[in-house]
Design a protein around this ligand. Structure first.
Ligand code: KG4
Ligand code: ZN
Length: 330
């Protein structure tokens, strides 16, 4: 049994997964407190992880109906993410592993997202194209195995897709995080009402969303307060369509370039209905996991742990977390 912990941002997560990828428990405790600050406050996130993690761990073991005696491997996200948040989960994992002389799997968060599709009951086998679209990351990778090795094909040069949703939502007077609220507002709007840039002339597979956010800001300014308010739904629908089109343009390019037949999607933005519809219409075998496996979770971390070399006690005691960077598998 694998006991996994994920605390890279503001979700406190623990999961129990069997060696063949069956999820026995997947507990996610989201920290609502950040909404009032309009973004994640790292210091608060870290303190909340400290408070919540013991309960989340206990709940995961209870849900899985196991005790620590049955755990054979401990896993935790090592990076990238907020250092103070990562430290809580990674050190808790080290402590459990050290006390029980168990091996520790230090998991890269992005490999985690790409490994969510490898869980039972219908696991993806490489090669497959992976799209990760969250508040912190936007990337396309070719997972060409046999393990979790991947080739990074493209990533965002500025904002992540979720960040673009959140910034657009803020401009339209919605709360944080604003992706879901913007989607809701867009339901009654016309996605073709306003033309917004999707970086179509930018070749290759990298993404850029900073210009889109600025374009929305200017549209809102040009319309004036009253008219912008009246056309909020049209603005939201057009903005959402631009993000979805920008993502789909690169996904289709990547499918053409790599010849990949399968696409696995992860990250909070994968909850977006417009994106899900566009992906479902593409000519590819698709794995769109349920929401709790798309957003940050520890089941994906346990899944990734199955494919990497665990570190034995006491070597892992000197391992540290890392904040940034997309680590390519060696
Ligand atoms: O993966 P996630 O839960 O956390 C990380 O960033 O790692 O992703 C959160 C992001 C936020 O930016 C949020 O606005 C966005 O996912 N999001 C959505 C939707 N639900 C969440 N974006 C668009 N439409 C949604 N329905
Ligand atoms: Zn994530």
């Amino acid at each position: 049994m694998i006991l996994a912990i994920e605390t890279s941002c503001d979700d406190t997560c623990a999961a129990v997964v069997s060696g063949d990828g069956e999820i026995l428990a997947n507990v996610i405790s989201s920290q609502e407190i950040h909404a009032r600050f309009g973004g994640v406050v790292p210091e608060i996130a870290s303190r909340q992880h400290l408070t919540l993690l013991p309960f989340v761990l206990k709940q995961a073991l209870a849900d899985a109906q196991i005790t620590l005696d049955e755990v054979t491997l401990v896993a935790a996200t090592q990076g990238p993410g907020l250092v103070a948040s990562l430290l809580v989960g990674f050190n808790a994992a080290k402590a459990i592993a050290a006390a029980r002389r168990l091996p520790l799997a230090a998991v890269d968060h992005l490999q985690g997202h790409l490994a969510a599709s490898r869980l039972a009951p219908d696991p993806f086998e490489p090669p497959y194209l992976g799209l990760v679209v969250s508040g912190g990351h936007t990337l396309l990778a070719l997972v060409d195995g046999p393990g979790l090795e991947y080739r990074l094909l493209g990533q965002t040069l500025d904002d992540a897709a979720g960040e673009a949703f959140d910034k657009g939502a803020r401009l339209l007077g919605l709360g944080y995080p604003g992706g879901a609220a913007l989607e809701q507002l867009a339901v009654s709007g016309d996605p073709e009402a306003f033309e917004l840039p999707i970086g179509a002339r930018m070749g290759g597979l990298n993404f850029s969303f900073a210009g889109l956010k600025t374009a929305l800001l200017y549209k809102v300014r040009d319309l004036g307060e009253v008219e912008a308010e009246r056309r909020r739904a049209d603005l939201a629908a057009s903005y959402q369509a631009a993000i979805v089109n920008a993502l789909m343009l690169r996904v289709k390019r990547a499918l053409r370039q790599t010849g990949a037949r399968r696409l696995a999607v992860g990250g909070g933005v994968a909850a977006n209905g417009a994106l899900r519809r566009a992906l479902s219409a593409a000519d590819v075998k698709l794995d769109l996991p349920p929401r709790e496996l798309c957003t940050d979770n520890a089941a994906m971390v346990a899944s990734a742990a199955r494919y990497i070399e665990p570190i034995r006690y006491p070597e892992f005691l000197s391992f540290d977390v890392y904040a940034t960077g997309v680590r390519q598998a060696s």
